[in-house]
Design a binder for this molecule. Structure first.
Ligand code: DNO
Ligand code: MN
Length: 366
């Protein structure tokens, strides 16, 4: 396992690389060129710049999150080949700098969605909240406006304001796209791109839908075990992988997270681990990483990864906003650093248990 930490780049993140390197155990940053418009090729010089910045602090840049997918690819339009070719070029450029994993998602229109970005908690912290009732009373425009207005001037990952300007238009385009059609469009993309990714030594890792159910009638195809099975078996390639995200899949209490890790362990190059707390009406709040603070079996997930000899990358996912930190929603320093430590503590407990049993064998053999 290699512990990593998401970083939004120089001038675009409230957290410096110097601070990140002081978190024990962090080996690399999970990064992206957030200002390059979706569908454009990432220039070599820009990639090199980030790689060199991270290198100065002893951090690797093996994982990119995300190279976003142009809407025309998701919609299966005739124009998609142009964007698929650009995607391949970006992969080739990334491989020149040793990038190993590229996370992406296939969610129509918008990436992750919440009704509250800074929901106040009893202890004075704030956290990302999805209110299942509230979302029903809002239009997509209202949700988008709310999220953009309340993000405290930080850009939100996957939310390109330019693209979201014509929301109604985007929704109209998806009216005729069924889930089966969307899966076909994903399969088309993967068939095209996986051979290039293989040549580049890059694993593509699809991120689950967040939350893992349809919103505003849009099709969603990465919601549960069955969906993941369909995607991973649609194209047979070592580069066709999954980003296991406990918090996204865990938005649906029916998803058995440990079973999902067990079932797809060989196709998971990257894991996001965080906790959420469920409410009876389907709402959920993002909690601290600790088991007891939420509804998800965080240490059970870590134990399973350990037992299956997981060699991939992990990052603490979103955190709460604590200790008065002013930060991008979900991406403060403090709670994610606590998360990284909790996950490593759980991992190390497994290491010492294993060592203890090895010691016992040695002892008995003497
Ligand atoms: C939000 C993130 C997502 C994620 C993308 C991956 O904080 O979990 O934006 O990075 O969906 O493509
Ligand atoms: Mn995630």
């Amino acid at each position: 396992m290699q512990m990593t930490f998401r970083w939004y780049g120089e001038g675009n993140d409230s957290i410096s690389l110097n601070k990140i390197r002081q978190i024990p155990g962090i080996k690399g940053v999970v990064w992206a060129l957030h200002d390059i418009p979706v569908g454009e090729i990432w220039p070599v010089q820009r990639i090199e710049e980030v790689v060199n910045q991270a290198k100065k602090y002893g951090l690797n840049t093996d994982v990119v999150e995300s190279v976003n997918i142009h809407e025309d690819i998701k919609l299966g339009l005739n124009t998609r080949n142009k964007y698929i070719n650009a995607y391949k070029e970006t992969l080739k450029n990334l491989s020149k700098f040793g990038v190993k994993v590229v996370c992406y998602n296939f969610m129509p229109v918008f990436d992750w969605l919440r009704t509250d970005l800074f929901k106040e908690m009893e202890d004075g912290s704030t956290a990302l909240f999805f209110d299942a009732k509230k979302v029903l009373s809002l239009t997509p425009e209202q949700v988008v406006r709310d999220m953009e207005e309340n993000s405290k001037d930080f850009t939100l990952p996957g939310w390109e304001p330019e693209r979201l300007k014509d929301l109604q238009d985007l929704f109209d385009q998806y009216k005729s796209v069924t889930e089966a059609q969307l899966l076909e469009n994903l399969t088309y993309f993967l068939k095209e791109v996986c051979p290039t990714a293989e040549q580049c030594g890059i694993k593509l890792a699809i991120h689950p839908d967040d939350p893992p159910f349809s919103i505003f009638g849009l099709p969603r195809i990465v919601k549960n075990k069955k969906d993941i099975q369909s995607i991973l078996s649609a194209v047979d390639s070592p580069s066709n992988g999954l980003t296991f995200c406990s918090g996204s899949l865990g938005g649906n209490p029916n998803n058995d997270l440990i079973d999902i890790v067990q079932s797809f362990i060989n196709q998971i190059p990257f894991a996001h681990i965080r906790n959420v707390k469920h409410f009876e009406d389907g709402s959920f709040i993002e909690a601290s990483h600790r088991n007891e603070d939420g509804s998800l079996p965080i240490t059970g997930i870590v134990n399973t990864l350990f037992a299956r000899n997981f060699k991939g990358y992990i990052r603490p996912d979103h955190g709460r906003h604590i200790w008065d930190e002013v930060c991008r929603p979900g991406y403060g320093l403090y709670d994610r650093a606590l998360g990284a430590m909790y996950l490593q503590g759980a991992w190390d407990a497994n290491v010492s248990l294993r060592n203890r049993s090895l010691e016992k064998i040695n002892f008995q053999n003497i």
